[in-house]
Design a protein around this ligand. Structure first.
Ligand code: FAD
Length: 474
């Protein structure tokens, strides 16, 4: 059966897809979402939310273990993984119901099934018809004015080291473990790898992180990476950088996996109960019928312009499937942008330099804008302000003195270029810096906003003053 009344079909009901659908409905468009698994996608079911629920359990455990320093006696502290998993599951369920409710509230039709673009529509030469393959074998064709591909991504395997869900885990597998391993080898020191390292270490697992690049959290400012490495080492997490694993050397002996790793100065055999491979994500570009269209896929991701439009006029793509910053809030904003473009609103392209990036480890990492090195590469004459949480009363009150705020500014124009935070609640604190960048505020202007005392936000207030050597407490 063909539905000729639809304006937009969104393929994939993840963060990008369902947010796009809501924006489309707000704009008066008739929208449908096709989802082959569960509304909410990776972020809700296999990413942001379940991982942060477990990280929160890890944080509570770590805090309880250090309760004595606060004068609180909590004896015989132990951890119940099953209870933490149940809590995680309940949060996901509640939010999943919320997304279902929103689809109904906005009259978005949700089609369960797997969608493929059929090429230029049989009803309209400019649009892409979409065939939905349902689980019961039935199929259905929709013929919208425009299609948004929001099919997301999946964990990338390391060639020669396939996921088996037992010894070699993806982040999807790790979220479903029923037992903690005695030791965990994490391949990949990006945001996902470092979050898992922090969490599992708090759960009492012996953790080693192997990163091929010269530093962990390589997308962050070098000072943040260096300090995070130091903190992880202090927490007895072993971090090997510039280290290459040899997948061919992988062996399972009894309950233990072994894998050879080579760094600049030596090769060694690492042993662990399990291995978590966190080396990035592959966009879901296959089996979408894109070959029948003019959509261009390059370096594994769909190519789009500033309004998220592909080379095929009526097909747009958003979220992880277009690569770049594979983050939920990016997918959501790209979804809004695509819908506004379809509705003829001519939206401004997204400024990716203004997207906050967060790692929910202990302590947290958050940044927005350019790192010091990026600023120099782009030709800025740079000035930097830095302020430690150790000099912030609230950080000491909270028992979280680790970390600092680093502000990067242009020495000539005085423009704020980037803010980098390592410390407790960094992921909450970064939004003020994000707003400052969007409003083109200078560090001095940020300092004019009075930061209440005592709060962690004072560290940003001091770091922007530090750009001119004017920090009060440093
Ligand atoms: P997805 O969320 O992957 O959704 C795509 C949807 O499309 C899926 O539901 C899929 O079933 C469906 N689909 C695919 N193909 C078809 C088809 N042909 N027909 C019908 N349906 C289809 N991001 C953050 O911003 N913050 C975080 O803290 C964070 N933590 C993360 C932690 C982990 C462990 C992981 C793995 C990811 C994390 N991310 C985080 C990334 C975030 O989850 C993704 O960037 C986000 O989910 C991308 O949204 P999306 O809509 O592009 O794709």
């Amino acid at each position: 059966m063909a539905d000729e009344g639809l304006d937009v079909v969104v393929i994939g009901g993840g963060t990008g897809g369902y947010v796009a659908a809501i924006r489309g409905a707000q704009l008066g468009l008739k929208v449908a979402v096709v989802e082959s698994d569960k509304l909410g996608g990776t972020c809700l079911h296999k990413g942001c939310i379940p991982s942060k629920a477990l990280l929160r359990s890890a944080e509570v455990l770590a805090q309880t273990r250090s309760a004595q320093a606060f004068g609180v006696i909590a004896s015989a502290v132990s951890f119940d993984l099953a209870a933490a998993m149940e809590r995680k599951g309940n949060i996901v369920l509640q939010l999943h119901k919320g997304v279902e409710f929103l689809m109904k509230k906005y009259n978005v039709q949700v089609f369960p099934g797997y969608a493929r673009v059929m090429g230029p529509s049989i009803f309209s030469p400019t649009a892409g018809a979409v065939r939905i393959q349902q689980a019961d074998g039935q199929s259905q064709i929709l013929s919208p004015r425009a299609t948004i591909v929001a099919s997301g991504s999946r964990p990338r395997a390391l060639p020669g080291l396939a996921f088996d869900g037992v010894h070699v885990l993806s982040s999807d597998d790790a979220l479903e473990i029923s037992q903690l391993p005695a030791s965990l080898l994490i391949i990949g020191g990006g945001a996902i790898g470092i979050e898992w390292a922090s969490m599992m270490s708090d759960f009492g697992v012996d953790v080693t992180v192997v990163e091929a690049l010269p530093r962990i959290l390589a997308a962050e400012d070098a000072d943040i990476s260096a300090e995070m490495s130091r903190i992880l080492k202090k927490r007895k997490i072993r971090v090997l950088t510039g280290a290459r694993v040899d997948p061919a050397s992988f062996k399972v002996q009894g309950d233990v996996c072994t894998l050879e790793v080579t760094t600049a100065d030596k090769s060694e055999t690492l042993t662990a109960t399990q291995i978590l491979v966190a080396v990035g994500r592959e966009a879901n570009v296959q089996d979408l019928g894109l070959e029948a269209t003019g959509v261009v896929v390059e370096r594994g991701v769909i190519q789009v312009d500033g309004s998220m439009r592909t080379a095929e006029k009526a097909i747009y793509a958003i979220g992880d499937v277009v690569g770049g910053l594979q983050l939920a809030h990016v997918a959501a904003h790209e979804g809004i942008l695509a819908m506004e473009a379809i509705a003829g609103r001519n939206p401004d392209p997204l400024n990716y330099d203004q997207v906050p990036r967060c790692t929910y480890s202990r302590p947290e990492v958050a940044s927005v804008g350019l790192t010091e090195a990026q600023a120099r590469e782009r030709g800025h004459e740079v000035k930097v302000g830095r302020f430690s949480f150790r000099a912030i009363g609230k950080a000491l009150v909270q028992g979280d003195p680790d970390g600092f705020v680093k502000v990067v500014a242009d020495a000539v124009s005085d423009d704020l270029l980037g803010v980098h935070i390592l410390g407790a609640h960094a992921t909450e604190l970064i939004s003020e810096a994000g707003l400052a960048l969007v409003l083109s505020a200078s560090p001095w202007e940020v300092a004019q906003s009075i930061h209440p005392h005592p709060t962690l936000s004072e560290a940003l207030g001091e770091a922007v003053l530090a750009v001119e050597g004017l920090a009060i407490h440093g």
